[in-house]
Design a protein around this ligand. Sequence first.
Ligand SMILES: [Zn+2]
Length: 272
Amino acid sequence: MVFTVLWVVILGAIIVFYTKFCKRIPILMYHRIATVPGERNSLPPEKFKEQLDYLQQHGYNPITLIDLYKHYSHQVPLPPKPVILTFDDGYEDNYLTALPLLRERNMRATVFPIANWVGKENKWENFNHQLTRTMNWNQLKAWRAAGMEIGSHTLEHPFLTQCDETRLDKEFRDSKAILQENLGSTIEFLCYPYGFFDDKTIHAARKNGYKGALAIYDNAPLWRQDLFALPRIPIPSKQPLWEFALKVSRFHIVFILLRKLERSGKRLFCKF
Ligand SMILES: [Zn+2]
């Protein structure tokens, strides 16, 4: 009993300390905004709308990655309750469905197209996904003209930790060049496919002129934040609103701790 109380007090103290001093900005990860049964990464439009309404009603301000960079690097102030909305792969439904919902609410977001897969079917991976199209160049230009941000999701969407230095350079350098040439604006951020990265990946991203990169962690760091391995928060298709509220809140640490506990539990369970 004494131990339980002690643990609750310690955990409470950590949460209070963390929420007061760690100014982590939630970076949400979306893929498709569409109703696709059985696909964890496709969020139905009505759920996306519900989440945007929640953000608006609770005073959250979606910012872009360049805002985040300026804040971390040059101490440029941010609006209250900042949050970042990101879309991987650049699906056409981001333009057709998500963009109007974002514009209605005057919200900003970042999309990461795969440079060699712009305006094509999503055949870069064979995971039995339902086929769909990605945004074409005109749609990407309209996305940017609406005040949204665009970053690179590499040339071909490879597993970066399996690439040698030459391939990493090619993926990062050429995707940046193709996107810049077709869109007429600077590409400053990178999103690692599948979220996978290591020291070599970070080095190559820096070397090829990016200002930062987005990752996915199995075990998200609670405190340290590297601009070239920014942790993201996945928003799955069945995301309940209460959990979404927790994910964007100052009490996000509870979510990270729950994930760490869940993963440790699974590892322990797998041993038996
Ligand atoms: Zn991807």
